[in-house]
Write a protein that binds this ligand. Structure first.
Ligand SMILES: [Fe+2]
Length: 402
């Protein structure tokens, strides 16, 4: 594991997007938008116009697949939803305004970092923690109408993991000449994409589980000519399924913490821009298996150390605070109701809280450096308020077997 270097603490500024790269690649994309006389970047987000998902018919048309459907049983699943197919969510106008906001110099230069996890030869940039500069994007992604769709698919109410992980961007762009060349050899790339699961195959992001429970993937590029560029995942039987047919403005929701998945390399298209938002359960008493293994600053240069960690602690301390307040109320109520103080029950809750507290620092780079031994991952109680098993007579199985 990489140590906690001064580059990481200073926000990986050495991997920031240079003026030349911005001028050569991004200004062109920005000009394409602004040269359209009908384009107006000052339009406010309006769900009745910008959300194109039809709640009456589209849940049936784009049916969710459950974890049971794909033979996955996972101790850390927060619901039975596995993934949705790609479904139409935002209008072309909405995505164009999001693209306009994203392509601003400030966003790219302050928050864009060269990606180091891809084999997508061209320009690869990841951007996180920028949505305070992009009001339309932030509103679209967090609007109650958007959340209604995602919550219904997920089977429980979701909450953005933390502001930094709202709409983080995977941006890939290739030279036009290379794309023209790929288009001439379309058959080769179709065959290559069919074999995209070989371990030597090119990918945007290799096989992994996400740190957070649910990931929401939004396609922000035109995919008319694109071959590949999909998310593929492995079922419990080892079978590989693809979430394909993404179009610009289409999205999917995946419980990516529990499912091994890969983002395939796109061919025959100049750009692939996706926005990924991380979710956890909104109910703070619900199990929260979120880790930072795949997104911490030493792994992802776009994760800015001094923004990310204070936000991470805000969120973890919120959950701890809610759990302590709930436990305090329970102790008071039991006393009022003349119920015997139950030591076993108290051990269960306090051990679960200890696991959560340890889970809040077990992936820190300081642990990777060996300053303190990394505690093992352990199982969580499913929900403190609505637990499906009796915690008052036996010690919960806190051991975690992988
Ligand atoms: Fe992922």
């Amino acid at each position: 594991m990489p140590p906690l270097t001064s580059e990481i603490i200073n926000g990986n500024i050495d991997k920031a997007v240079s003026s030349k790269v911005y001028d050569d690649f991004i200004v062109k994309l920005l000009n394409e938008l602004t040269s359209n006389p009908n384009f107006d970047p000052n339009i406010e987000f309006d769900p009745s116009k910008h959300i194109i998902f039809n709640s009456e018919t589209d849940f049936d048309k784009y049916k969710v697949t459950t974890l049971s459907d794909i033979s996955i049983e996972h101790d850390e699943a927060i619901s039975n939803c596995a993934f949705t197919p790609a479904f139409p969510l935002f209008s072309e106008e909405a995505i164009d305004i999001m693209r306009y906001e994203l392509f601003q110099e400030k966003v790219f230069k302050q928050y864009g970092r060269a990606a180091n996890l891809t084999r997508f030869k061209g320009l690869d940039v990841q951007i996180g923690g920028y949505t305070h500069l992009t009001p339309f994007t932030a509103k679209a992604l967090t609007h109650e109408k958007t959340m209604e769709v995602l919550n219904k698919y997920a089977g429980l109410e979701l909450q953005v993991m933390m502001p930094f992980e709202l709409g983080s961007i995977n941006f890939g762009i290739k030279p036009y000449e290379r794309v023209e060349d790929e288009k001439k050899n379309k058959e080769i790339y179709l065959a290559k994409n069919a074999k995209a699961f070989d371990k030597d195959a090119d990918f945007v992001r290799g096989w992994h589980h996400d740190s957070n429970s649910f990931s929401f993937i939004l396609m922000m590029s035109d995919t008319k000519d694109m071959i590949g560029g999909e998310t593929a995942l492995k079922t419990g039987n080892g079978e590989i399924l693809k979430i394909d047919n993404y179009e610009k403005g289409w999205a999917s929701l995946v419980q990516a913490h529990c499912i091994n998945h890969i983002a395939l390399k796109p061919y025959c298209s100049v750009e692939r821009i996706t926005s990924v938002t991380s979710y956890r359960a909104k109910d703070l008493l619900h199990m929260d298996p979120t880790v930072i293994t795949t997104i911490k600053p030493s792994i992802f240069p776009r994760t800015i150390y001094n923004t990310f960690y204070p936000e991470w602690m805000d969120y973890r301390l919120d959950v701890m605070g809610e759990k302590i307040a709930w436990l305090r109320r329970k102790v008071a109520q039991d006393r009022e109701n003349h119920r015997d103080f139950n030591q076993i029950e108290m051990i269960n809750y306090l051990e679960d809280l200890t696991t959560y507290i340890r889970g809040s620092w077990r992936e820190f780079e300081a642990v990777d450096e060996g300053h303190i031994e990394q505690p093992p991952l352990r199982r969580y109680i499913r929900n403190w308020a609505h637990n499906d098993r009796d915690l008052s007579s036996a010690i919960y199985n806190f051991e975690y077997e992988k």
